[in-house]
Design a protein around this ligand. Sequence first.
Ligand code: THU
Length: 136
Amino acid sequence: MLTEEQRRDLLAASLAARARSHSPYSGYAVGAAILDEQGKIHAGANIENAAYPQGWCAEATALGAMVMAGGKRALAVLVSGPGPEVITPCGGCRQKLREFAGPGLAVLAADPGGIRAEWTLDQLLPHSFGPEHLEK
Ligand code: THU
């Protein structure tokens, strides 16, 4: 269960990251902020590329920041888009998040006006394949 302070901090970090998005091709700026098991927040934005398929999502940038800072597990992620349509993590990002989180991962969606929706990872990626499948 996230505290109000954690929700507020995640929203602020995600929107600040979104402001740094490099998305000149789609014009669709996205931010992501992840709360790790140590209580630290790691953020990132989508970074597009003139060779279109080489761009990547905000969640990937934030996950990279978490891993490089020593974070091991994601407890919550807040993804922010422009609105008004509620943003939702793409399929590839759901799987990337799964690597560092269990089914209970809180996934929050927001726009500059605030938090708009909330799910668990299990709702977005049911019957998921994860690291446990490769345990011998
Ligand atoms: N995008 C993200 O960063 N995260 C998502 O989960 C959805 C899509 C980005 C990718 C691309 O730069 C832009 O949004 C439009 O698809």
